[in-house]
Design a protein around this ligand. Structure first.
Ligand SMILES: Cc1cc2nc3c(=O)[nH]c(=O)nc-3n(C[C@H](O)[C@H](O)[C@H](O)COP(=O)(O)O)c2cc1C
Length: 185
């Protein structure tokens, strides 16, 4: 790989690792796009919880009853869009996701989830259920609905907006050796 692209690739993953650890990082809240049951696109903001450059995996948390969890179970293809307005860098990742509802990684993530955040997974009714009034929102067993979304990143499209000229690069991470190329922005 071109040394400049190799350095950029490492820098992108360092940024993702930092974003997962720093709630003020602009890449902390990407938009996750999924394929809806009828084949149309669906998208929503999520929190990036972990990024692992070695395995090219990202971790998100959700309610296992959510629409997105159902969509991923049916079609694992996802895209994530990040925008860093300070660095003026957009990242578009495409990959395959799976929903984990149990296991060691699930247990560890739950143990690390603070009590204040646990309520997010504890509504008695599934997310998106129509209710007559907000007073109908009730909470029950917290852990039951907690789920992980693990994303294996397959491609990265990096775009940097610069006054002297925009720059764009593409990376394919399917094999052991990532492939990279500069792209016309
Ligand atoms: C800043 C922000 C962060 C969010 N983070 C998450 C998250 O990490 N996981 C999640 O399931 N929903 C998160 N949400 C809520 C989702 O955007 C969405 O409204 C909800 O999960 C229902 O999506 P769905 O019906 O497509 O499953 C977040 C919303 C905002 C505004």
């Amino acid at each position: 790989m071109d040394p400049a692209l190799a350095a950029l690739f490492d820098d992108i993953w360092r940024g993702l690792v930092r974003a997962a650890a720093d709630r003020r990082h602009p890449w902390r809240t990407p938009v996750l796009a999924t394929v809806a049951v009828d084949g149309s696109p669906n998208a929503r903001t999520v929190v990036l919880r972990a990024a692992d450059p070695a395995t090219r995996m990202l971790r998100l948390h959700t309610d296992g009853r959510s629409t997105k969890a159902g969509e991923i179970s049916r079609d694992p293809r996802v895209a994530l869009v990040f925008w860093n307005r300070l660095a003026r860098v957009q990242l578009r990742l495409r990959g395959h996701a799976e929903v984990l509802r149990e296991g060691l990684e699930h247990a560890r993530a739950w143990a690390a989830t603070p009590p204040s955040a646990r309520r997010d997974y504890a509504t008695t009714l599934p997310p998106g259920t129509p209710i007559a009034t907000w007073e109908d929102i009730a909470h029950a067993d917290e852990e039951a609905n907690f789920a992980l979304i693990l994303v294996r990143v397959m491609t990265i499209d990096w775009l940097c907006l610069a006054i002297r000229g925009h720059l764009r690069a593409g990376f394919a991470c399917e094999g052991d050796e990532p492939r990279a190329t500069w792209l016309v922005p």
